[in-house]
Design a binder for this molecule. Structure first.
Ligand code: FAD
Length: 435
């Protein structure tokens, strides 16, 4: 007979938000046997951003247990033993295929059932696949994606099998940029293709992209813009060999890695929970429209207090903080203590080669470039302010120090008024230092 288990609290998903939620449950006090994490993955929660960075280094690569949560925010590394000590059950390699919120029951692919009193949905996102759009030849071997550690292991194995070969990266977002750099430092001949006029167009302005495209080109990466992969050829073994571009060109490839975005994994809850902006709608405590059911991390559409509108955020910092907020709210409800509303300042970062940037706030309104964005600069330091209705709402900075990043975060939170955009550009980081 299929097994049945009951827990007071269940976290569905075993990623970043799950790890930080478990830590907060432990901080707030949880009894052995009360909490379970159910995850499709075979390992305890880890810091997902490592997969496109340290995990792919040719030397001294990051490996578990080195980057289990909560090490990414400078906290304690939660090893499987930690969960065992706390009496938190890690139910791994278990995919939930049905969620019935009315009867508070989750059912796994193997037919096991789990009941709960409080549910935290932390299912994150899945990668969009080229096969989803029926792209010709997209099922060939070595056309890879990167979301979890199994995907990362496949990429590492492909890099070993196709040593010093040709790699094509499809997509010009941060995953595409980080993976192009990783493949290059592994001695691949790398091309990066994207349809947009410049990389990371959802955040970068043309001025910001000018630096990264120039820098990547100087590292020997071939950037192909304004077109996309319309099909693939494979060799006699079924391994990808050619990427065919929409504009008629073709690129030889031993490995193709696709980073064209993700989708929040909300399908299990269709028709059961209110949705908004493609996510599960929550209040400022991450409780959904169903009492006792919370959504955290990538799947949550929550009220962004700072901008007075609902937003969904697919970044690690929010996954961590939303998890902590939800658990505080759950425990606060039980003890009668009030918890302040979530008041999130958007924060996102990326790093590749020896460059790194941070962004805080909202990239809306007019953009003002400051500093030297010359890709040939010996040590680049430049940034951009976004100004709307006379106030600075967002700040981007490449090559900053810890103090400078703190200063730009302060600006994005304080939203200081600014009248003269030209003067702001000239003042550059000094403006942030005064806030
Ligand atoms: P996830 O961490 O994705 O966890 C979701 C978990 O749910 C997974 O364990 C999954 O297997 C499990 N799951 C899903 N469905 C089921 C089911 N039905 N049954 C059981 N388990 C299920 N953000 C940044 O801010 N900076 C970065 O540099 C950065 N780099 C990244 C690099 C990569 C390669 C990736 C993929 C993401 C990166 N991100 C980065 C984004 C960040 O990692 C995510 O926003 C964050 O992981 C979201 O946390 P989450 O807990 O909501 O989802």
């Amino acid at each position: 007979m299929a097994s049945e288990k009951h827990f007071k609290y269940v976290i569905l998903g075993g990623g970043v938000a799950a790890g930080y939620a478990a830590k907060e449950f432990a901080n707030q006090g949880v009894q052995p046997g009360e909490l379970a994490i159910i995850s499709k993955e075979s390992v305890a929660p880890y810091e997902r951003p490592a997969l496109s960075k340290g995990y792919l280094f040719p030397q001294n690569a990051a490996r578990l247990p080195g980057f289990h949560t909560c090490v990414g925010s400078g906290g304690e590394k939660l090893l499987p033993e930690w969960y065992a000590e706390k009496g938190i059950e890690l139910i791994l390699s278990t995919e939930i295929v049905k969620a019935d919120l009315a009867s508070k029951t989750l059912t796994s692919a193997a037919g096991a059932t789990f009941t709960y009193e409080t549910l935290l949905i932390a299912t994150g996102s899945s990668t969009i696949k080229l096969t989803d759009f029926g792209v010709q030849g997209a099922e060939a071997n070595n056309i890879l994606y990167l979301r979890d550690i199994d995907d990362a292991d496949k990429l590492v194995a492909a890099m070993q099998a196709k040593k010093d070969g040709k790699a094509v990266v499809v997509g010009g977002g941060y995953i595409g940029l980080e993976l192009s750099a990783a493949l290059k430092i592994n001695n691949f001949d790398v091309s990066m293709i994207y349809p947009e006029p410049w990389c990371m167009p959802r955040l970068f302005t043309a001025g910001i992209a000018h630096f990264y495209e120039g820098y990547y080109t100087s590292k020997g990466i071939n950037i192909v813009k304004g077109t996309y992969a319309s099909g693939f050829d494979a060799d006699a073994n079924g391994d990808v060999s050619v990427v065919k571009l929409k504009d008629g060109r073709a690129l030889d490839a031993d490995i193709v890695i696709v980073g064209v975005g993700g989708r929040p994994l909300t399908g299990l809850f269709k028709g059961q929970v209110e949705e908004e902006k493609g996510g599960l709608k929550t209040d400022a405590f991450f409780e959904t429209s169903v009492a006792g059911v919370y959504a955290i991390g990538d799947v949550a559409s929550f009220p962004m207090k700072l901008y007075n509108e609902p937003r969904r955020v697919e970044h690690v910092d929010h996954a961590r903080k939303s998890a902590e907020q939800a658990v505080k709210a759950i425990k606060g409800k039980e003890s009668g203590e009030t918890v302040a509303e979530y008041d999130y300042l958007p924060y996102f970062y990326s790093r590749s080669f020896d460059i790194a940037w941070q962004f805080y706030g909202d990239n809306v309104g007019e953009s003002v470039l400051f500093g030297d964005n010359d890709p040939a600069a010996a040590k680049a330091k430049f940034g951009t302010y976004w100004v709307k209705d006379g106030k600075v709402l967002g700040v981007f900075l490449e090559g900053g120090s810890a103090d400078e990043y703190q200063a730009i975060a302060k600006v994005a939170r304080a939203q200081p008024p600014v009248a003269d955009l030209e003067a702001l550009g000239k003042e550059g980081l000094d403006f942030a230092a005064k806030i």
